[in-house]
Ligand binder design. Structure first.
Ligand SMILES: CC(C)(COP(=O)(O)OP(=O)(O)OC[C@H]1O[C@@H](n2cnc3c(N)ncnc32)[C@H](O)[C@@H]1OP(=O)(O)O)[C@@H](O)C(=O)NCCC(=O)NCCS
Length: 147
């Protein structure tokens, strides 16, 4: 298992991993969006490879001087529940900390049980619920993590 910075050459693989999870109203999570994340700051976007196959990614965004917005973390379905998502979060947090960031924010659908369990397992804390945060009026849960 290897974690490395994402490049624009990874976009198709990243989009293929993310695509099954987003339905109609999340079509903005597409190749164009992923490319914009990498272009914005490729130093804080990573992919995980298993024997040369991209099996997951984490794409973050600089939110302020010392804060990171965890845009997307996604693991390929057949590689899930093997500890890869946790390892990706833990290992890349070390890089973020070295870069001087102090905390990570993220949000997810309040019905996304796998993500909520995952985020809590990674040590994130729930900050609040944001009612009707998404375009379809679904609620979001806002998490934070101190680096
Ligand atoms: C959320 C996600 C990134 C987790 O990745 P993963 O590699 O499967 O996570 P891990 O194997 O490290 O699991 C860590 C913990 O997460 C929880 N978890 C992971 N998948 C789960 C599932 N399908 N159902 C319930 N809990 C789950 C468990 O608590 C697990 O710990 P445990 O195995 O000791 O019980 C992955 O399921 C995914 O890509 N989901 C789709 C995209 C998404 O919703 N991303 C997050 C919001 S942007």
């Amino acid at each position: 298992m290897k974690i490395r910075n994402a490049t624009l050459n990874d976009i198709k693989a990243m989009d293929a991993i993310a695509y099954p999870y987003w339905d109609d109203y999340q079509q903005w999570i597409n190749e164009e969006y992923l490319a914009s994340m990498i272009n914005a700051n490729s130093e804080i976007c990573w992919v995980v490879e298993d024997n040369g196959i991209v099996v997951g990614f984490r794409a973050c965004k600089d939110d302020s001087e010392n804060r990171i917005w965890d845009g997307l973390i996604c693991i390929r379905k057949d590689w899930q529940q093997k500890g890869i998502g946790s390892k990706l979060f833990k290992e890349t947090n070390k890089i973020l900390k070295k870069k001087g960031y102090r905390c990570v924010y993220s949000e997810c659908y309040s019905e996304n049980t796998a993500s909520i369990r995952y985020q809590l397992k990674c040590g994130r804390k729930i900050l609040c619920t944001m009612p009707k945060f998404y375009a379809d009026d679904s609620d979001a849960i806002l998490f934070y993590f101190e680096l």
